[in-house]
Structure formats: structure tokens, C-alpha cells
Write a protein that binds this ligand. Sequence first.
Ligand code: SOE
Length: 385
Amino acid sequence: MGVKPKIRIGMIGYQFMGKAHSHAYRDLPFYFDNPLEPELTVIAGRNEEAVKEAQQKMGWLSYETDWHRVLARDDVDVIDIVTPNHAHAEIAIAAAEAGKHIITEKPLALTVEESERMLEAVQKNNVKHMICHNYRFVPAVQMAKQLIEQGRIGRIFHFRANYLQDFIIDPNFPLVWRLKKEVSGSGALGDIGAHSIDLARFLVGELKEVTAMMETFVKERPIGEMTGGLSAKGDTSEMGEVTVDDAVAILARFENGTFGTFEATRFAGGNRNKNKFEINGEKGSIRWDMENMNNLEVYLADDETGVQGFRLINCTEEVHPYAGAYWPAGHIIGYEHTFIHLMDEFLRGIHENRQTAPNFEDGVKNQRILAAVEQSAQEKRWVSL
Ligand code: SOE
């Protein structure tokens, strides 16, 4: 077997998503015969001690403390942006102008205007681009898409999504970057609601109009910072204002007439990462829950009378998207594997000169929906997209 060409990654950021993406690049060759071999060339972060530790722990070949130097290196092909949201636009636009392919975490930017400039930059510089809506790459979600495209549930009446978390219910959880509008853009809406919006677009279609309500339950918190994952530490002697939503509820009408309801909250106690949806059609229904991620529940109205009901499909067989790449002992996968699938698609696209999805065009459409939701909640009226 010949030596594969390397695709050299420069990552900007190194905490929670930095770990998820680093793992994906390193494990990808174990499971998928991608035509390119990812190289963890350089990881960047402002805190030299922290980024050096991340470099050594995650196996990066080098580190930088200034992201501009990563973009200037001719031994880097892809820039992977896993910084807080406010830095996405500046880095992505500069990376596009440096001729680098780009993958960035969601949401694409802080504002629609920023997201549109990012899309313009990647298109003008003819580089490939991707936004990390990883839940599209869950085998069960891919199976849901197949069933819908086969017409198995027919015309879709309802798309219903709840994305429930609870990591900030404690009022002593510090005021981290995800709770500051100038850094995060929004709260539950852009951080987790954006995933539900992307799944809605992926599975059902484009949204036409929305109406929404948003709430911030805890208005101020102790100053503090993330310590990795969704943990943080703070000092209650100094408090700061929370400037984003803790929860959002949305009614939406899709362009194809489907009725949409969305909820995203970080105050649903007992739900750690319950990203779920249910789709109801004329011939059946489909539902999925991240906390039971390998399975898909399907109801088909033409099942024999007397034995109708939701059946549980284990999307862990060779026939299911991606699942066959894993261990024959059930092909059970986890959250981290969804990033491997996304990276496999992105790198294949680069090799084949094919623009993959979800990309910055999806990011801009998502950003427009986020902005419409915020405008609706503010003005208490329906907002068209
Ligand atoms: C925090 O809400 C978070 O880490 C999100 O930022 C991720 O996108 C989601 O996949 C898990 O939860």
C-alpha cells in the first residue's frame, strides 16, 4: 500500500472542541480509508504553558502562541478553528486569504454580517470550508435522512426538536465566555439551538418564518473561566452580568409547510446532552435522542394492525452509514466518533476537489435563523427569513 499524501492541520484553540477534533484526526485512519492522512502539524493558543501541554498530550508536532504565524506557515493546508465564537470570523477570513482550507466550530460567527464575510472570503479564495455540525454524522441521523428521502414517512407535518442541558443551573457556575454576548453571540440559542436548526435544515428543509421567546434565568454570576469540557471555576467575590439567553423556545414554519417547534435550554435538570428530535409524517414518524444515539425509533403507519408502534432500529449494522467501520461487537459508537465521520467527509472533499456539507453556506443560513429568532423574541412578533 502506497504512502498516503498528508493533509497538514493547523488548529487554533485547544480546549473542549480542540480535544474532540484532535481525537478525530488521530483516530480517523483506524476506521476509514481516507485518501489523505491527517497530520497534527501545529496547535495554537495564547497561553504558552497551556498550549504546550495540549500539544504534548494530544500529539501535535508543534505549537504556536500567535495564530497569525500558523496561517503564514507553508507546511499547513487546513486551519481548524476551535476558539470561542467571537474569534471565528477574523481567523477564517485571514485563513481563506492565506489559501488555507477551513473548518470551524458552530455557530459560524457572532452575527450574520460576519458570517457573510466569511462565506465571501472562502468563495473568493476558492478554499474548501466546513462548519462542525457533527450531529448530522450520527449513523442514526443519516438513517433518518435516508428514510425521509425514500419517502417512507411521506409528507412531513411536524419537526419537533428539544436540546436540553443542565450544566449551568447552579447560580455559582461562573460567568464563562459562553455566557457573554460579546464572545459567544447568544447562549443556548447559538450553542445548542444551532444544532437543532441544522438538523431541521438537513432532514426537512429551509425555514420560512419564526416566532420565539428567550429567557435568562440567572442574571449575574461570579467571574470565572472554563477549566475544560463544560467545567469552570469562579470567584464569588466579584459578580458579572449574564448577557445571553439561558433558554429559547421557537415556533417555525418551513418553506414546505412543515410545522416546527424548537426548544434549547441549559436549565433542564437531569438532561446532560439530550439533543433529540421527532418528525411526524403522513405515513409514519421518526425520532432520535443523542442520549441513546445509536438507535432510531421509527413508526410506520402501514405496519400490520395490532402490531403497530415505534420500533427501535439499532443503527449499528454494516448497512448503516459509518457504523460498519467499527467493531463487529455491535458497532456501538460515541459522541467523539461523529467528529471522525465529519472530518473523513471534509478531507475526502478536499482530496476530490468537492465542496462538502455542512459548510459556510449552511453556517450563514443558520446564522440568519439565529438572528431572526433573537429579533422575534425582542420584538415579540413573527420574523420572516
Ligand atoms: C456545550 O453546550 C456543548 O459543548 C456545545 O458547544 C457542543 O456543540 C455540543 O455538541 C455539546 O455541548
